[in-house]
Write a protein that binds this ligand. Structure first.
Ligand code: SF4
Length: 340
């Protein structure tokens, strides 16, 4: 049994990022919202990790904690975030500013909130390159044009002169990707990078991320509510629910042998093109709990068809159910009879 902390690191390779027992809360006039509650995640060099869950499950807040980009009422309450062995929670704001963009890049769901509407694309890219890489203006502009070509933006020299509102949603997302990658970060965090886009553009952005990853070797963390998006892209997956990791393992573990009822529910709600005509999609009934008053026991119990008495009374730890595969559900308790 693995209590709270699970390392999905299955190889004997360098841990690039290690989040250990992270707790992050928002302090509102109604009380403390425990948005991230005892989360541990490992990411190795050149790995791709998918973090999946419904809105409000804590996936974005976990990564905003890594970047230290929480809103004013948000705070890391406890835990550690090691990047190449150094705890980011101990970094000063100046150190974090130097790290953001240069060593850890982030693409946000809505590029309009990250791109400055009053500066051209060229200005924004060039300024970032000058600041982080210390290049002169001309070299920085050349590098910016090169990055726009890398993310397959047509006529990059002309695009440099345009403002964000002059580009389509897909193009803006590509600009954000160029921005996040221009300093060759060790980790690229993509937070729902395709949510605001139509299906064709979604596929293009995911293909672009796959291609960039294979060419640059950058480790990628992909945050999404859609398990279908991580299929075929991520080496491993963490499923989050109500601020906690409820299941983690390799992509194969999660897709072929899920051991948590919530993961199984997510999988049933993903359209399968091969079965489209034969199988109905099954939504997960109910809603996630109020994190102002999180349940004492399993947070998924009110929505779970298998809930038992113990589920209401006690919070399930993450049971080790395979090599690097963990599931936070009492159905995996080693003492439970196989028929339960
Ligand atoms: Fe369902 Fe109990 Fe497992 Fe929670 S611990 S998912 S309520 S069976």
């Amino acid at each position: 049994m693995n209590r709270g902390k699970i390392s999905v690191n299955q190889k004997n390779s360098v841990k690039l990022l290690e989040i250990s027992c992270l707790k992050t809360s928002f302090f509102t006039h109604l009380g403390e919202v425990k948005a991230v509650d005892d989360v541990s995640i490992c990411l190795d060099e050149s790995e791709t990790l998918g973090i999946v869950g419904e809105s409000g499950s804590g996936k974005s807040v976990t990564m905003l904690s890594v970047m230290r980009l929480l809103s004013d009422n948000g705070r890391i309450v406890s835990g550690a975030i090691y990047f190449r062995g150094r705890d980011l929670t101990k970094f000063s704001e100046g150190e974090m500013e130097r790290l953001r963009g240069k060593q850890i890049g982030m693409i946000f769901q809505d590029p309009m909130t990250s791109l400055n509407p009053v500066f051209t694309i060229g200005n924004q890219l060039t300024e970032m390159i000058v600041r982080h890489l210390g290049l002169g203006k001309k070299d920085a502009r050349d590098r910016a044009v090169e990055m726009l070509s890398t993310v397959m933006i047509p006529s990059p020299v002309q695009r440099m002169k345009q403002f964000p509102h002059e580009l389509s949603g897909g193009m803006r997302q590509r600009v954000m990707t160029a921005m996040a990658l221009c300093c060759h970060p060790d980790i690229l965090i993509a937070d729902e990078p395709t949510t605001a886009l139509d299906v064709t553009i979604q596929a293009q952005i995911i293909d672009l991320l796959k291609d960039l990853k294979s060419r640059t070797g950058t480790s990628v963390i992909l945050i999404t509510h859609d398990l279908g998006v991580v299929a075929g892209f991520c080496d491993k997956v963490c499923v989050m629910y109500a601020g906690r990791i409820v299941e983690s393992g390799s992509s194969a573990d999660i897709f072929y042998t899920p051991r948590h009822p919530y993961t199984k529910g997510l999988l049933k709600s993903v359209p399968n093109p091969k079965k489209m005509m034969k199988e109905r999609l099954v939504p997960i009934k109910g809603v996630p709990p109020d994190l102002l008053k999180p349940p004492v026991g399993c947070a998924f119990a009110p929505r779970c068809d298998h809930a038992m008495k113990i589920c209401i009374l006690r919070r399930p730890p993450l049971f080790e159910v395979g090599d690097g595969h963990g599931a936070g559900c009492f159905l995996n308790h080693p003492d439970l009879p196989a028929s339960a």
